[in-house]
Ligand binder design. Structure first.
Ligand code: AHR
Length: 509
């Protein structure tokens, strides 16, 4: 089994991969908002109205489609009225989940919506169910999106914003089974219906409401939320469930140890390399299993699944605040991302959006900023997202893999090649990950159904599996052209370096 084959029918497009699968998450946690996005107008770091220019430019280059804010666990402690009005008058609060630090609310609703406008990204606001009220949530969406002289629209104008914003995505709580209130699912299902009712569509702003969903393999949570939908009597709408919310979320994190000792981001053994990728590969299984439960209640697949937290979670960088979740990001993280993204592409019919945690300086970040010099570093994970932009809003293509080497990991089997593909008009993109820590892999792309008139291959690789980028070596792991692609009677033959991520962009007649 020297050669792996990937058969792709280029003329058989499947469900569309929403660009929102490439969404991001920014919580008031450590240096994600403060120091990551927000430096304030008086900072020496170049900024627009307090928001870092370099961070905005780097994320615009990824075509960031949406940004989830303000949490995470922080969302269920957050009261939006504390974050509006003159900054010097804003009340302070304790960020009890993350470092027990005092939050001065300098970054609030107007700053977040300004950030979204600078990024060209849709806002995904995560509302407070755990410690908030229905009225508070109802007034927040009115404040954000109402056009006339309603009380909340008038308050927004008094704080300097005349036009309503668009808020397409709104979350009903976060991890309601844990930091979001330690609720039983039956109780939360009722609350989700109630809160969603008052997150109203104002002024033509259509909200997509996402109820806080399950963690990992908790199928009971998904089942109970799905059961809370009302079956419709209308035979014309058979299979269409109705509820005041439109989607459920799912959270899943990758680490190699336990929640108490998750493993190091950069110092790991070969076994830990494979364990991380094996656990990343579990995402495909989770999407299948939660999807099967959802299918029972919603065979027409109208209710969305939103994986609004995923990614690696390692022990914090030595010497940093344990509550700030600051970690390095190596080539291993990049491959964890590519394996997840392949799974999201394969489940495009149900997965309408995902948000990797978290954009800057926290967990599996796209960007790291130096607290002393302000220097910005793009992580290996950033480069996977950059290489994958052609998948945004493209139609998924099934990839049939043959002769894939595998490895036994923790009693399960890890295939050592992961792949996905998509097509948009006269272009296709094939994603190929070689998970083998040591061996390169020859792979034949058996391309059928359409004529291929050209190709461009790009590789993300590095000498070590733990290679990563720092301010001194910002491009230690960076994409480069891949020279090892040859014509083959069935399409193309690609030599995948050991531990690498490769994209092959195809021009189609
Ligand atoms: O992303 C960090 C935390 O992980 C979030 O605040 C919470 O929702 C999850 O447990």
């Amino acid at each position: 089994m020297d050669t792996t084959t990937a058969v792709i029918d280029l003329d058989l497009p499947g469900p569309r991969i929403s660009r929102h699968v490439y969404g991001h998450f920014a919580e008031h946690l450590g240096r994600c908002i403060y120091g990551g996005f927000w430096v304030g107008e008086d900072s020496d770091v170049p900024n627009v109205r307090g928001i870092r220019t370099d961070v905005v430019e780097a994320l615009r280059a990824l075509r960031i489609p949406n940004l989830r804010w303000p949490g995470g666990c922080f969302a269920d402690d957050y009261h939006w009225r504390d974050g509006i009005g003159p900054r010097e008058d804003r009340p302070r609060m304790v960020n009890s989940h993350w470092g027990d630090v005092v939050e001065d609310n300098a970054f609030g609703t107007h700053e977040f919506m300004d950030l979204c406008e600078l990024l060209g990204a849709d806002a995904y606001i995560s509302g407070n169910v755990g410690s908030g009220t229905v009225q508070e949530m109802s007034e927040w969406i009115e404040y954000l999106t109402r056009a006339d002289d309603s009380p909340m629209a008038a308050l927004r104008r008094a704080h300097g914003r005349d036009e309503p914003w668009k808020v397409p995505f709104f979350g009903l709580g976060n991890e309601a089974w844990g930091c979001g209130g330690n609720l039983r699912v039956e109780q939360f299902a009722s609350l989700a219906r109630q809160y969603a009712t008052y997150v109203r569509d104002h002024a033509g702003n259509e909200v997509y409401r996402i109820a806080a969903g399950a963690s990992d393999h908790d199928l009971h949570w998904t089942e109970t939320l799905m059961r809370s939908f009302d079956p419709l009597d209308d035979p014309a709408a058979a299979g269409t469930p109705a509820a005041p919310f439109q989607a459920l979320s799912l959270h899943y994190y990758t680490f190699t140890g336990t929640w108490q000792d998750k493993g190091s981001a950069t110092e790991f053994t070969e076994d830990e390399w494979y364990r991380a990728l094996h656990r990343a590969n579990v995402m495909d299984q989770l999407l299948t299993r939660h999807g099967q439960v959802m299918d029972r209640w919603d065979p027409a697949r109208r209710v969305g699944l939103v994986v609004d937290e995923w990614g690696t979670w390692w022990n914090v960088e030595p010497g940093t605040n344990p509550g700030f979740l600051h970690q390095q990001n190596s080539l291993r993280d990049a491959l964890v991302a590519s394996v997840h993204l392949d799974a999201f592409h394969r489940h495009a019919e149900r997965v309408v959006m995902t948000n990797i945690a978290q954009t800057v300086n926290v967990l599996q970040a796209m960007l790291l900023t130096d607290p002393d010099t302000g220097a910005l570093v793009r992580t290996p994970t950033y480069h996977v997202f950059a290489m994958n932009t052609p998948h945004h809003d493209a139609d998924s293509l099934a990839v049939h893999l043959r002769d894939v080497p595998a490895r036994e990991v923790d009693g399960g089997t890890l295939p050592l090649v992961s792949a996905s593909a998509s097509v948009k008009e006269d272009a296709a993109l094939v994603s190929l990950t070689n998970l083998d820590a040591d061996a390169p892999r020859t792979l034949v792309l058996d391309l059928r159904g359409r004529e291929v008139t050209g190709h461009v291959a790009t590789v993300l690789a590095a000498p070590e599996t733990s290679s990563h980028n720092t301010a001194d070596r910002p491009d230690a792991v960076a994409p480069a052209p891949l020279g090892t692609v040859r014509p083959h009677p069935r399409g193309l033959e690609v030599e995948l370096p050991a531990h690498s991520y490769v994209t092959v962009a195809l021009a189609l007649a």
